[in-house]
Design a protein around this ligand. Structure first.
Ligand SMILES: [Zn+2]
Length: 109
C-alpha cells in the first residue's frame, strides 16, 4: 500500500493500528484486522510491556544504593515519629501524676 499523498510506501504503526507515511507523515487507519495487524499489535504491546519492565529492573539495579538509602531514611523518620509520640505520652503521664499527687496532698490535709 502506498501513500495517497506522495506515493511513498506506507509503514505499519503496530501500537496505534495505523499505517503512516514516513515521508509526509500522513496516517491511514487500518480498517480491517488482518492476522498481521493483530499479531503486530499484540507483539507491540508485549514489547512495550517487556521494555518497561526491563527499564524498571535496570533502574532498580542502577539505583539500588539510592533506593536502600531512601528506605533507610523513611524508617528513620518513622522511628523519630514514634519516639516523639512516646516522649509526649510519658510527659503527659508525668504531668497527670504530679497533678494527682498535688490533689491527694490537698485532700489529705
Ligand atoms: Zn506521503
Amino acid at each position: 500500500m502506498n501513500c495517497p499523498h506522495c506515493g511513498a510506501a506506507l509503514v505499519i504503526d503496530q501500537l496505534k493500528q495505523v499505517k503512516y507515511c514516513p515521508y509526509c507523515g500522513a496516517e491511514i487507519e487500518i480498517k480491517e484486522e488482518t492476522p498481521e495487524t493483530v499479531a503486530g499489535a499484540i507483539h507491540g504491546i508485549a514489547k512495550t510491556f517487556f521494555n518497561q519492565t526491563a527499564d524498571k529492573i535496570r533502574y532498580n539495579r542502577d539505583h539500588a544504593a539510592e533506593i536502600a538509602e531512601q528506605k533507610r531514611r523513611e524508617k528513620d523518620e518513622e522511628a523519630k515519629r514514634t519516639r516523639k509520640i512516646m516522649v509526649g505520652m510519658f510527659a503527659a503521664m508525668g504531668v497527670v501524676m504530679v497533678v494527682m499527687m498535688v490533689v491527694m496532698r490537698l485532700i489529705g490535709e
